[in-house]
Write a protein that binds this ligand. Structure first.
Ligand code: ZN
Length: 260
């Protein structure tokens, strides 16, 4: 599932590729997407990320919002013919085509009236991550801190991979009750989240299964993982074996020795 760094990567690449360009044609190839108004003749004024949605602003008057959900991806098809299975929606420009590919078909596409830049309710680790808000949201919560970090109503864009990495960097056990963390520990969580997500964006995301960027390339953050998908391998901080445990239905990777 694409998390914040992957969606941010797509937005940065899209901005460089289609900002200022005019749409020649748009086509829905999967009726499950519902009705998307025709976009021909409209010009892309900007591309930005809103939570985990890709927002393509058109003439400043409407926004094409794409949410990738489970398995959605966006691909740029340039001059060379490239077969893209599971294509569900496409937008044609003079230099190439933007294609939504999505094997499991949960991604959504909608056209909304602008402005939709209004602040979403959830905190965004790259924009408005505040220690005060984090502590307020966590107060008295009994769920595990890992599930808390992955709650999209609280924080936008952190999924399983980055939650494991953030907690390893902050040296906090993923099973800890959210309400039990001290202010100093939240400060570590916040610092880890911001630096890991920034670095993951610079690496164009993490490819452990099917993530590809706009141009079909793998990300590079998988080369920097400290905990995720490293079960049985030594912790790089204390040399104890990384464990994998089931937590709220997801695999939690952590070091039982240095994550307290
Ligand atoms: Zn360790």
């Amino acid at each position: 599932m694409p998390e914040l760094p992957e969606v941010e990567t797509l937005c940065l690449q899209l901005r460089r590729t289609i900002a200022g360009e005019e749409i020649l044609e748009s086509r829905v190839m999967d009726s499950r997407l519902g009705v998307v108004p025709p976009l021909a003749g409209r010009k892309v004024s900007s591309v930005f990320r809103r939570g985990k949605s890709v927002a393509i602003e058109l003439d400043g008057a409407a926004t094409l919002a794409i949410h990738l959900r489970m398995t959605g991806g966006l691909r740029w098809r340039g001059a060379s013919p490239l077969l893209l299975p599971y294509s569900r929606f496409m937008v044609l420009f003079s230099a190439g085509e933007l294609v939504l590919v999505d094997p499991r078909r949960f991604a959504t596409v909608s056209v909304q009236a602008t402005p939709v830049r209004s602040a979403p309710v959830a905190m965004d680790p790259l924009r408005d991550f505040s220690l005060t808000r984090l502590r307020e949201a966590a107060e008295n919560k009994r769920l595990s801190v890992k599930s808390f970090l992955m709650d999209q109503r609280v924080i936008a864009g952190i999924g399983n991979i980055y939650a494991c990495e953030i907690l390893h960097a902050a040296a906090i056990n993923p099973r800890r009750e959210t309400g039990s963390l001290t202010t100093a520990e939240w400060r570590e969580v916040k610092k880890a989240a911001v630096s890991i997500i920034r670095k993951a964006v610079a690496c164009r995301g993490t490819t452990v299964s099917d993530w590809r960027d706009l141009f079909g390339n793998e990300g590079e953050y998988q080369n920097h993982l400290q905990a995720y998908a490293r079960a049985g391998e030594p912790c790089r901080r204390c040399r104890a074996d990384i464990l994998r445990a089931k937590l709220a239905g997801r695999g939690a990777y952590f070091c039982p020795s240095c994550q307290r």
